[in-house]
Design a protein around this ligand. Structure first.
Ligand SMILES: Cc1cc2nc3c(=O)[nH]c(=O)nc-3n(C[C@H](O)[C@H](O)[C@H](O)COP(=O)(O)OP(=O)(O)OC[C@H]3O[C@@H](n4cnc5c(N)ncnc54)[C@H](O)[C@@H]3O)c2cc1C
Length: 394
């Protein structure tokens, strides 16, 4: 939609081909229905791409300020929540409604229920022939904005990868990202429903790949929550390469290991009369306390004062380094985005035009670029869409 509007502003005659019954379905699910449409804090490490530097080259041509002007022109008032930007209405539908009104004002033809099956490229005017399940469309330029494989119920079923591949583009294996991690261990059943502050570190073959801090959600199959989402794409890639992946949780991230040791030994002196389960339940969620004790081999009813230092050391290790083997990620259905996609080395960063097929543009999540949580993926969609639209329309 951003690409179409920008192209139409260049006086181009624009048609959107959409196979769902309406455009922008995914947008309605974003930000828990509130649409976190961008972020004031855009930095290189907010994006991952096989070609380092590519995302920032694009974002330097069309960044947050440009996005805000684009939406202001459509009539959107935004709200800044600690750098995370939302529509003031806190309704994703506001963003979609304003985009659709502009499509209509610019007389952009939207053909819904129209699945693109094949793209042919010829060296002639009207060089693109786009075969759909109903008829063939023609155009001078073509912007492929078909999304990834994440959340396919919104329409992004991965067909865009095939269309780009047919035209000769390399596809870096798309995998779920911003997704939950499934872990080994029957204790997760006992932990289901616990939410707690933790540091998540991800190791691949004993080497740390990524870490993040925040509210972790423990589920009956493993771990979820924003910090897990932020590191998940590294687990996805490593698992696909057959590597061993471990997640290590630190349940007292505000204290160093030494500070935790001191804190516990002082508490032990004071609270010798408490059962170990009550001692720990004063710090952690009861379900978590029970699992920590069990995993350390300490009977829940044993008095704190009667627990030896070997057992305390085991407990401290569990609290600071709760290690789990990651067996899989959840599927594309549950993922918010994909890592992988059209290789950016075949795409020009200044306008998203293919280096292989003149007049053919690739935008958004279809590209091998994934952002962290926080408005970065939609910003990527707006930036790539508007740059491609400007070039294609011009
Ligand atoms: C639950 C959820 C929450 C999210 N929250 C946020 C958030 O708050 N902030 C943020 O920045 N990002 C968020 N994201 C990610 C963000 O929504 C996507 O990165 C973004 O929508 C990608 O835009 P896109 O235009 O590339 O693809 P999409 O939005 O997926 O659009 C692609 C369109 O192409 C259509 N299409 C696909 N194939 C064909 C075909 N063959 N023929 C015709 N039409 C086709 C699809 O139906 C779809 O309408 C979230 C994602 C999910 C799933």
């Amino acid at each position: 939609m951003a690409a179409a509007i920008t192209a139409a502003r260049q006086n181009a005659d624009v048609t959107i081909l959409e196979h769902m019954d309406r455009v922008g379905k995914k947008l309605l699910s974003t930000g828990n229905g509130k649409c976190n449409l961008t972020n004031m804090n855009i930095q290189e490490d907010c994006y991952r791409c096989s070609q380092k530097g590519f995302p920032m080259k694009v974002l330097s041509k069309f960044g947050v300020e440009d996005t805000l002007s684009f939406f202001e022109e459509l009539g959107l008032m935004t709200k800044n929540k600690n750098g995370y930007l939302y529509p003031n209405s806190e309704q994703a539908s506001t963003v979609l409604d304003l985009l659709r009104l502009e499509l209509s004002r610019r007389k952009i033809l939207v053909v819904n229920g129209c699945r693109v099956k094949k793209i042919r490229h010829e060296n002639s005017p009207q060089r693109f022939k786009i075969e759909t399940d109903s008829k063939t469309f023609q155009g001078d330029s073509l912007i492929l904005a078909a999304g990834s494989k994440a959340a396919p119920f919104t329409g992004s079923d991965g067909s865009g990868y095939e269309l780009a591949k047919d035209l000769g583009h390399r596809i870096i294996l798309p995998l779920p990202a911003l997704v939950q991690l499934r872990c080994e261990g029957s204790h997760f059943k006992a932990l289901a429903g616990v939410r707690c502050e933790a540091q998540v570190s991800l190791y691949c073959d004993e080497k740390k790949m990524a870490e993040d801090l925040g509210e972790v959600q423990l589920t009956d199959y493993g771990i979820s929550g924003i910090p897990v989402f932020q590191v998940s794409r590294f687990a996805s890639r490593a698992l696909a390469e057959g590597k061993t992946v471990k997640a290590v949780l630190d349940f007292l991230p505000s204290l160093s290991t030494e500070e935790t040791r001191t804190f516990f030994s002082r508490r032990r002196e004071r609270l010798r009369h408490l059962a170990c389960s009550d001692f720990l339940a004063g710090i952690f969620h009861k379900k978590l306390a029970a699992v920590l004790l069990k995993q350390s081999g300490i009977p829940a009813g044993q008095l704190t004062g009667q627990t030896g230092s070997g057992a305390w050391n085991r407990l401290l290790k569990k609290i600071k380094c709760f290690e789990s083997t990651v067996t899989a990620t959840n599927s594309f259905e549950q993922a918010q985005v994909c890592c992988g996609g059209v290789d950016t080395r075949q795409i020009r960063p200044e306008n998203l035009e293919s280096r292989l097929v003149p007049g053919f543009y690739v935008t958004g999540e279809l590209l091998d670029v994934d952002g962290i949580c926080g408005g970065y993926n939609l910003q990527w969609a707006w930036s790539t869409g508007c740059l491609a639209g400007k070039s294609a329309g011009g």
